[in-house]
Design a protein around this ligand. Structure first.
Ligand SMILES: Nc1nc2c(ncn2[C@@H]2O[C@H](COP(=O)(O)OP(=O)(O)OP(=O)(O)O)[C@@H](O)[C@H]2O)c(=O)[nH]1
Length: 556
């Protein structure tokens, strides 16, 4: 837009009215051509259609043509800007130089992304040309290299010379397989009849759920090999049980194995963690005769400790030794390999990694609540809280966490999380974390629980007198080790108390002590308290050696 005289003449040229403004283009909306307008105008640039005298189109304009235009991409130099063509020789020498540098441990290839590494590493590629070349090479390898006296290639070892040999070998392998099956059956403690019955039952549809691999801890071949080493090297085997669930932590298949394969070895049950059960319950599992003699003829005896993971095998050894000789941890699987510990001149203790007998029919829930797996590795721990709440009394949960009036395990976890300020992003309760905490508290004895000792009808009638002999049912010798709190050692002497009221009082006291004790329960050397006893049905033992050697430690 001009100004002054020039602008006035422009307006005049455009033949505008006197006011001069109505149709004049002014800067703004209608001043420049729109893209659409420009396109239409350029369309006409190519020329108009030619018409004859009657007005019919004789030659269409280019924009009216129906011919497809020829598409063509203009080549651009930039396309080739990043490439270089080199000869095969140059490539080979580059590869050699690179290989030399790469094999030199004192040199490092910097900026490898700037180099055409795909060309350099071409040989590593399994697919494509190289593989093809390799194939040709194999196919065209000379006969002598493979079969001749100077053969360089390894031939497959068949170990058989004839077809008969092969048949014989397969029969042998089948026998070995059958033996292995028999061995596994022996270990799992099931007879062939039971197995067949199981198979018959299995005809009914069984809904099997996928089990996390973590629930097969303690069942590996390595762990079982360790167990066999311990059993083989021991004269006396101490089977350590968790007194909160002695039956659940019994390895029946191992007991059966010892009974059948090594009947001369003494199997002793040790109830550990007695401080975590009320005195009454502990004494109910108590038997009343001492070892009279044990292996007098032997120069030395080895005592192996076996049992489920985390039942306290290492703690028992530390307690007996009055020293930290084995690593103890509140997590299962701390003991990885068997180890020998000299208790005294003639007695050796052997610690064994915790074993879990396979095919016990235990659900993941049972396995977890026996303390066999590490809680932090469990997925969705909240699904096991219902079982924890079932096994514990509401008042114990209330006293431990100060949480009451919840309708479901999830609600319990949520309340607990909010109470402890364990919240995730967005204020959501950290149910997962709290569930793990509750499970750990359950396993480590912060929440009191125990499986009541089995009471037969006869024994109920006879009262405590009857219950005293209960471990006779096990038909085994029992040693009871009470670790933990000092006050707890009193319960061994309290076994004569046959008053039910007394028992109730003890339980109350026990609960209080347990709830008030916030610290992680650790074995204390001072509280060492060991008693050896055996049931009337137990096998007789040979000499007094063990008792004499333990003299200062035995209370009975
Ligand atoms: N309250 C209490 N806790 C115990 C007792 N004995 C052991 N513990 C605890 O139980 C946990 C496991 O003890 P360990 O001796 O490591 O158990 P382990 O059987 O050797 O375990 P693995 O190494 O898995 O075979 C530790 O935290 C001990 O402090 C006991 O008598 N009372």
């Amino acid at each position: 837009m001009g100004s002054g005289k020039k602008e006035a003449s422009r307006k005049e040229k455009q033949g505008k009215t006197s006011d001069g403004m109505s149709n004049v283009k002014t800067k703004g909306e209608n001043f420049y051509r729109s893209a659409k307008k420009a396109k239409t105008l350029s369309m006409f640039k190519e020329g108009k259609a030619q018409r004859n005298s009657t007005g019919k189109i004789t030659k269409a304009a280019s924009y009216q043509s129906r011919d497809k235009p020829q598409a063509r991409i203009e080549p651009n130099r930039k396309w080739f800007g990043n490439t270089r063509v080199i000869s095969q020789d140059a490539l080979n020498s580059f590869r050699e130089a690179m290989a030399e540098r790469a094999s030199d441990p004192y040199q490092v290839l910097l900026k490898s992304n700037k180099l055409p590494m795909s060309l350099v590493r071409d040989g590593e590629n399994k697919n494509g040309l190289k593989q093809h070349q390799a194939k040709i090479q194999v196919e065209s390898a000379p006969f002598g290299d493979t079969f001749g006296p100077k053969a360089q290639r390894k031939r497959v070892k068949l170990d058989v010379g004839s077809l008969d040999d092969l048949a014989g070998q397969s029969t042998k392998m089948h026998q070995e397989y059958a033996e292995r099956l028999e061995h596994a059956r022996l270990l799992s403690g099931t007879s062939e009849d039971q197995e067949q019955a199981g198979e018959a039952d299995a005809e009914e549809p069984v809904i099997s759920t996928a089990q996390e691999p973590i629930f097969s801890k303690g069942q590996s071949r390595r762990i079982w090999n360790e167990l066999y080493k311990v059993i083989d090297s021991s004269d006396v085997i101490l089977h350590v049980l968790d007194s909160r669930d002695p039956n659940g932590t019994r390895c029946r298949s191992v007991e059966k194995y010892i009974r059948e394969e090594a009947p001369h070895k003494h199997l002793v049950f040790v109830l550990n963690k007695c401080d975590l059960v009320p005195t009454g319950v502990a004494t109910d599992r108590h038997c009343s005769r001492q070892f009279s003699s044990l292996h007098a003829s032997r120069k030395q005896i080895s005592v192996g400790l076996i049992g489920y993971p985390n039942v306290g095998k290492s703690s028992v050894i530390n307690t007996l030794r009055k020293k930290k000789v084995c690593t103890v941890a509140p997590i299962p699987g701390e003991t990885k390999v068997w180890q020998y510990i000299t208790l005294m001149k003639r007695i050796y203790l052997i610690d064994c990694p915790g074993v879990v007998p396979p095919n016990q029919g235990d659900s993941p829930e049972d396995i977890l609540l026996k303390g066999v797996v590490r809680v932090e590795n469990v997925q969705n721990p909240e699904q096991y809280i219902a079982a924890v709440l079932r096994k514990t009394k509401p008042q114990h949960i209330e006293r431990t966490y100060d949480v009451r009036d919840f309708n479901s395990p999830t609600e319990f976890l949520e309340v607990l999380a909010r109470k402890g300020g364990r919240l995730l992003k967005g204020g959501e309760a950290d149910v997962d974390g709290v569930a793990k905490m509750v499970l750990n508290d359950f396993l480590r004895g912060k929440i009191p629980w125990f499986t009541p000792p089995p009471i037969s009808e006869n024994q109920e009638e006879k009262g405590l007198e009857g219950r005293k002999g209960r471990l006779g049912e096990m038909g085994k010798v029992e040693m009871q080790v009470s670790g933990g709190l000092e006050s707890n050692s009193a319960h061994l002497e309290a076994k004569g108390s046959d008053d039910d009221e007394d028992e109730e009082d003890e339980f109350e006291g026990f609960e209080e002590r347990l709830v008030n004790d916030d610290s992680d329960v650790e074995m204390s050397d001072d509280s060492e308290h060991v008693s050896f006893e055996h049931a009337s049905t137990a096998p007789t033992v040979d000499s007094l050696l063990l008792e004499n050697s333990f003299k200062d430690r035995i209370v009975a």
